[in-house]
Design a protein around this ligand. Structure first.
Ligand SMILES: Cc1cc2nc3c(=O)[nH]c(=O)nc-3n(C[C@H](O)[C@H](O)[C@H](O)COP(=O)(O)OP(=O)(O)OC[C@H]3O[C@@H](n4cnc5c(N)ncnc54)[C@H](O)[C@@H]3O)c2cc1C
Ligand code: SF4
Length: 461
């Protein structure tokens, strides 16, 4: 074995997986995990933990894996993360813990994400349940939204003895983990639900089908229902569109709607009565993880799929692993290409996409080189379905029904990063609702900060 290289991870063959919704990556088995853990240098000045937003003691858990002490490894991770099987699968480790790993200076970094996933899967398969420690303190806290921010905040508060209820608008908890990220990257029954169940086992109640701001307001929760503090973890679920002609045609979806129909409404399964218009030629506009997920879902539903992205491959915001998988599966990348119009037939259905070639100019405010149109370069991509994956912003429902809750010009709730405090006393917030669309682990970090803020606030009362 070459100690400079990661132990390779087994995956489904690209041609086979392009036609099914089973998980792409099989993860490490025990032997592979121990071999990979043995690559860790157990550095005195380990940089990996500093790269983890929830500060998992990475060297400690990796050493336990090396020694075959998987339960100990699970206990170490559980101190910092309530969703390790999720994070092991979807965190951008390459730019976080693995990006800092000292082993990575001369060779490939330790495969920390795959080791975390191995430990979490081992713990679930072997019935390991995190310990509940505190006695109940009789104080009630409401958490809005059951995504990673809400689940983490609720779990941390329950461990401190609070009586926590999560209110979730949808009929299943989990936020984007359940309705957004597809089954082939993050299995729902096998991986997401058991981690949500672990949060329930800490004593957290989850009430689904409750839209805060419609069914009940934050003021009513606090004034009439006895909640002494509220954490808003309602995410950023409002899709953006381009505002180009034809965007209202039949066959144009936001990626959020498309993925929700597939994941939450199980449109990909024949035994469900909630199908989706599958499309034979699908164009997905955007280059982030959401675009890759929508494209790979459409591919699995039987379509030829084009990604249309206005910058070059180097600027693609999706994780390198997702782009690699998408290419292997046969997604066609139309880079430096920008839609100018969605074409329709005489019945108002999508018939294609007029696009314009772009070239890269000077860097813009994001630091990436600005795409500049090449005049006279328009051409048409044939398509019967267009999926817009251009980003999302927070839904204004909660801010518009909560007086005195400050938001910024992007509709994001203004909250203190250190403790989640908002402009309303007793109301805290974190995750995508505050930052706009970001990542699972950053939402978890914000949930943790919110729990700390609420504990400080209620302890002082
Ligand atoms: C398709 C897709 C793929 C992604 N892939 C990755 C990835 O690979 N890696 C990664 O790290 N991140 C990824 N992300 C981003 C990541 O999932 C989010 O940043 C993260 O889920 C945000 O967590 P959150 O708890 O703030 O919000 P969410 O996960 O959005 O959860 C918010 C919850 O609040 C509920 N809610 C909203 N309004 C109300 C209301 N008024 N009342 C009650 N409930 C309400 C929503 O229904 C939802 O369940 C992806 C996102 C998408 C959409
Ligand atoms: S930086 Fe890398 S090699 Fe060093 S302790 Fe962390 S995981 Fe191990």
């Amino acid at each position: 074995m070459d100690a400079m290289k990661k132990v390779p991870v087994r995956e489904q063959e690209p041609k086979v997986r392009a036609a099914n919704f089973q998980e792409v990556c099989y993860g490490y088995n025990e032997e592979e995990a121990v071999a990979e853990a043995a690559r860790c240098l157990n550095c005195k000045n380990a940089k990996c933990t500093g790269g983890c937003p929830v500060s998992i003691d990475i060297p400690a858990f990796v050493q336990e894996v090396k020694g075959h002490n998987f339960e100990e490894a699970a206990k170490i991770i559980a101190k910092s993360s309530a969703l390790p099987a999720v994070c092991g699968r979807v965190c951008p480790q390459e730019s976080q813990c693995e990006g800092q790993c000292i082993r990575g200076i001369k060779g490939e970094p330790v495969s920390i994400g795959k080791l975390e996933r191995f430990v979490a899967d081992w713990a679930r398969e072997n019935g390991f349940v995190p310990e509940v420690t505190a006695d109940k303190n009789g104080k009630k806290v409401a958490v809005i939204g059951s995504g990673p921010a809400g689940l983490t905040c609720a779990g941390d508060l329950a461990k401190l003895g609070y009586e926590v209820t999560i209110f979730e608008a949808l009929h299943e908890p989990g936020g984007v983990l359940t309705y957004g990220i597809p089954e082939f990257r993050l299995p729902k029954q096998g991986v997401v639900q058991p981690e949500i169940d672990n949060v329930r086992k800490l004593g957290v109640k989850i009430e689904t089908n409750v839209v805060i701001g419609k069914a009940v307001t934050i003021d009513e929760l606090m004034d009439d229902e006895g909640y002494q503090a509220v954490f808003i973890g309602s995410g950023a679920g409002l899709p953006k569109f381009m505002g180009i002609p034809g965007e209202n045609a039949n066959g144009v979806f936001s990626a959020n709607e498309y993925l929700t129909r597939s994941n939450l409404m199980k449109a990909f399964r024949d035994d469900y009565d909630t199908p989706i218009v599958a499309g034979k030629k699908v164009a997905v506009v955007g280059g982030g993880n959401v675009a890759m997920d929508a494209a790979r879902t459409a591919l699995r539903l039987g379509a030829e799929v084009h990604i249309v992205y206005r910058r070059s491959e180097k600027e693609l915001p999706a994780r390198a692993e997702e782009v690699h998988h998408a290419k292997e599966e046969g997604i066609i990348f139309n880079l430096l290409t920008n839609p100018v119009e969605i074409n329709t037939d005489d019945k108002g259905w999508v018939s294609g996409l007029t696009v314009r070639k772009m070239e890269l100019g000077e860097p813009d405010a994001s630091g990436r080189r600005r795409p500049v149109e090449i005049e006279g370069s328009d051409f048409t991509i044939e398509a019967d379905t267009v999926i817009m994956a251009l980003g999302t912003s927070p839904n204004p429902l909660i801010s518009s029904t909560t007086e005195g809750l400050e938001t910024n010009r992007h509709q994001c709730i203004v909250a203190d990063e250190a403790n989640g405090k908002t402009s309303r006393e007793g109301v805290f917030a974190g995750g995508d609702a505050v930052t706009g669309a970001a990542t699972v682990i950053l939402a978890m970090e914000a949930g943790r900060a919110g729990a700390r803020g609420i504990h400080e606030y209620l302890s002082a009362k």
